[in-house]
Design a binder for this molecule. Structure first.
Ligand SMILES: Cc1cc2nc3c(=O)[nH]c(=O)nc-3n(C[C@H](O)[C@H](O)[C@H](O)COP(=O)(O)OP(=O)(O)OC[C@H]3O[C@@H](n4cnc5c(N)ncnc54)[C@H](O)[C@@H]3O)c2cc1C
Length: 364
């Protein structure tokens, strides 16, 4: 049995805690805010899980493993916080992300259906697509109810024999010795320290100081009433128009959410979590060319989050002495949280080398 210290109680940190507890280790969880921190990237009504990953075969495969890991979590929690709406990527040109996803699906045997434009609009009558668009529907995929998951996972972890320190920020890590120094001056040490502190990482570990962090604001929207059922029965959408637009559909009491890569800006949590009144309209305008009755969509509220994202678009799980750092989570890691937690602990238990863990996380 080892002693494992986890910094950060988002989906990744909590998943590491659960995996460590299941493997019989002693766990200390350190969080600068409450558990859960409502401003963490993990805390929102939903996060999408989808197989469409362009030509990234490693991540496409990993999605299948992620579903197995979620199933094990549902067993532990006794509830399934997932709605299998299916996910549909929209292609606008040859060689675009959706076209590359199709090639990957064919190569790896991922279940899918190709829909021409008319068929996409029959499935999603709220859309109005340009002539040459077509859809790649994956019947498995949809909405993970993120904040419900984080809350229940926090409860599951807290019900076990675990030490928790909240509202106490980690200010320094001695990665070689496996020591974390907290802002109240106390020192917590372990056989392994796992750093899962999302966009706050660069100020905690000097080696990560230059990692770029981004602000992503997504918009909950009210569609015209006559299209509400269409959205409710629609798959989640990815790559609607240029700029990485996606929609998570309203399901099981959650709202309709629009997000866009075009609405991502460099930023850091210290910039705050408020949004400008104009932002909702800005996000909706990116979707408008592809919506029926677009002028009647209304922004309800924005949700602001931050993450680390460098140009490689590959997750990083780095081992430094007695410390494992999980970073470069991008707008992508929620779906892989439980899987990553399990892999990190398997590596600590000697079942996978640090090098292999790093390569696996990078999608090779
Ligand atoms: C708007 C938005 C949309 C997204 N959409 C998707 C999606 O559809 N699908 C998907 O899979 N992913 C999505 N993501 C990405 C995903 O949400 C993140 O990759 C994931 O939640 C990161 O989890 P985490 O636990 O690493 O970080 P976080 O959830 O940010 O948690 C980090 C925790 O560490 C704590 N912490 C930080 N520093 C310290 C410190 N020094 N001491 C103590 N505690 C500390 C923080 O308070 C926080 O609670 C999205 C992200 C955003 C922001």
């Amino acid at each position: 049995m080892g002693r494992i210290v986890v910094v950060g109680a988002g989906i990744v940190g909590l998943s590491v805690c659960r995996a460590a507890l299941l493997a019989g280790h002693e766990v200390t969880l350190l969080e600068q805010d409450a558990i859960a921190n409502p401003n963490s990237a993990s805390y929102d009504q939903h996060r999408m899980i989808r197989y469409q990953y362009g030509d990234a075969e490693g991540y496409t495969r990993m999605v299948g493993d992620a579903f197995d890991a979620w199933d094990r979590l549902w067993d532990d929690l006794g509830v399934r916080h997932f709605s299998n709406t299916g996910t549909m990527g929209i292609s606008q040109s040859r060689e675009d992300y959706t076209s590359r996803s199709l090639a990957t699906f064919r190569k790896l045997g991922v279940q899918h259906e190709v829909l021409d434009r008319e068929a996409v609009e029959r499935t999603c009558p709220q859309l109005s697509l340009p002539e040459n668009n077509w859809g790649l529907l994956a019947p498995v995929g949809g909405a993970l109810f993120a904040s419900r998951i984080v809350d229940d996972l926090a409860r599951w972890v807290s019900a076990r024999d675990i030490e928790k320190r909240t509202h106490n920020r980690a200010v320094r890590v001695d990665s070689e010795r496996g020591e974390v120094i907290l802002e109240d001056g106390s020192v917590v040490s372990g056989d392994l320290v796992v750093i899962a502190c999302g966009a706050w990482l660069p100020e905690l570990l000097p080696n990560y100081e230059g990692m770029p962090t981004f602000r992503q604001a997504v918009c909950y929207v009210e569609p015209p009433e006559e299209y509400l059922d269409a959205w409710r029965n629609s798959p989640c959408l990815t790559d609607l128009g240029p700029g990485d637009n996606y929609a998570v559909v309203p399901t099981h009491g959650t709202g309709l959410k629009f997000g866009s890569g075009s609405h991502r800006r460099p930023g850091h949590p210290s910039d705050g979590f408020q949004s400008l009144a104009s932002e909702g309209d800005e996000v909706i305008s990116l979707f408008s060319p592809f919506l029926q009755q677009a002028a009647r969509y209304k922004p309800l509220h924005m949700r602001v989050g931050y993450y680390v994202k460098d140009a490689s678009q590959r997750f990083r799980i780095d081992t430094l002495g007695r410390t494992i750092v999980i970073t470069n989570c991008d707008g992508q890691m929620f779906k892989f949280g439980p899987l990553i937690g399990a892999r990190v602990i398997r590596s600590f238990d000697g079942e996978q080398s640090a090098t292999d863990l790093n390569r696996w996380a990078a999608g090779y």
